[in-house]
Design a binder for this molecule. Structure first.
Ligand SMILES: Nc1ncnc2c1ncn2[C@@H]1O[C@H](COP(=O)(O)OP(=O)(O)OP(=O)(O)O)[C@@H](O)[C@H]1O
Ligand code: SF4
Ligand SMILES: [Mg+2]
Length: 347
């Protein structure tokens, strides 16, 4: 592992088999993640964006290594290296028991604060629970930490006896954040933590995450389907399409000067002024994302790409360095390429 990294994902492939027929044989497979490599540096926030179904949550679940326990017939290849005090470890090689030792180091915050908190437990019990499994703290120490964490996320310690239904969506997400911090993690995978919340409170929760990230020197993988959500918080942004990373670079570069045709289209859908461009063309993508069961050969974006060529069907284009720290998976674009043509005008 590189010295600055806390996590390295190498060539991750995740396939979910689909069974059918009388004998429930494997008839097809969902290529949810199709060869993804990414690095998370210590103390950075990496934004991971892409449309619904492109494999973002699957990457998150592979990182916390819960896929093979939640979907026993899943096929996983690749490596997920974590830097620990005792050295580097490939989490994907660990079984459930071995994983317990590291689970406290990586925590996940989920999208839906309504279903992700156990409604039968009090808020205090919800926040305390990870400490029961992953720390040796005494009851008194755990209670003290629950109160401290509640204050940290902007709730009152006296509210710990209440139940999740007594809180608003934004407050519930704060409870989820407090729970995720209970084991002093080094990495947090935040899987669309604000997309279920009212727009008016999204910024508060994002700001809270950013403050906590700085205070605790956390490394954050922040998943979203909208570039504007990750722009403020991410040092780097990775863009995903149908199981592959198509672009990765510094947040400011991806946001103001995306290179890959898909990232350009994603950005052009963001209704914000783009000061670095004289004229911002709106690229309208035709059709929906194809199913990962019938993923197009070669560059998976070719069925919607405004500049697709016959050659694009041949092989999956690798990420190429286009500018310092800025990679895009398309051989036909450079930093200066301007795509003005909408795919709908092409016909
Ligand atoms: N347990 C599973 N069994 C079968 N298919 C699955 C399973 N989990 C995910 N998939 C499929 O894998 C693909 C990627 O799913 P994933 O949840 O990772 O996408 P996502 O990018 O997080 O989408 P969203 O933005 O909607 O959360 C989808 O086609 C999904 O239907
Ligand atoms: S490789 Fe081809 S289809 Fe893919 S983004 Fe580049 S031009 Fe478009
Ligand atoms: Mg998801």
């Amino acid at each position: 592992m590189k010295a600055e990294n806390i996590l390295e994902v190498k060539n991750l492939r995740v396939k979910f088999p689909i069974h059918g027929g009388l004998f429930l044989k494997k008839v097809a497979e969902v290529k949810a993640v199709d060869g993804v490599s990414l690095e998370l540096k210590r103390g950075e926030t990496l934004g991971l964006v892409g449309e619904s179904g492109c494999g973002k949550s699957t990457i998150g679940k592979a990182i916390i290594n819960i896929l093979k326990f939640s979907s026993p017939d899943v096929e996983i290849e690749g490596e997920v290296w974590l830097r620990t005090d005792k050295g580097e470890v490939d989490l994907l090689k660990l079984d459930r028991g071995q994983m317990r030792e590291y689970r406290g180091m990586i925590q996940m915050i989920f999208q839906d604060p309504y279903s992700s908190l156990n409604s039968r437990m009090s808020v205090g019990q919800i926040i305390e629970e990870p400490m029961l499994y992953h720390t040796n703290k005494s009851k008194a120490e755990r209670m003290e930490k629950v109160a401290w964490l509640m204050e940290k996320v902007g709730l009152q310690a006296e509210q710990s006896k209440r139940y999740p239904h007594e809180f608003s969506g934004g407050q519930r997400q704060r409870i989820g954040i407090a729970r995720s911090l209970a084991t002093d993690p080094k990495i947090i995978v935040a899987d669309e933590p604000v997309s279920a919340l009212d727009v008016s409170i999204q910024a508060q929760v994002i700001n809270l995450l950013q403050e906590l990230q700085e205070e605790f020197d956390l490394s954050l993988l922040f998943v979203a389907h909208d570039l504007s959500v990750v722009e403020h918080i991410s040092s780097r942004i990775a863009v995903m399409y149908l199981g592959n990373l198509v672009e990765i670079g510094n947040g400011i570069d991806i946001y103001h000067n995306p290179i890959h045709p898909y990232s350009k289209a994603l950005l052009s859908a963001v209704p914000l002024p783009n000061p670095n461009k004289v004229k911002k063309e709106r690229i309208i993508l035709k059709g929906d994302v194809p199913s990962p069961i019938n993923k197009p050969s070669g560059c998976a974006f070719r069925t919607r790409c405004p500049i697709a060529k016959a050659e694009c069907a041949a092989s999956i284009p690798p990420l190429e360095l286009k500018k310092e720290n800025h990679f895009a998976a398309c051989p036909y674009v450079s930093y200066d390429t301007i795509i003005t043509e909408s795919i709908e005008n092409k016909a």
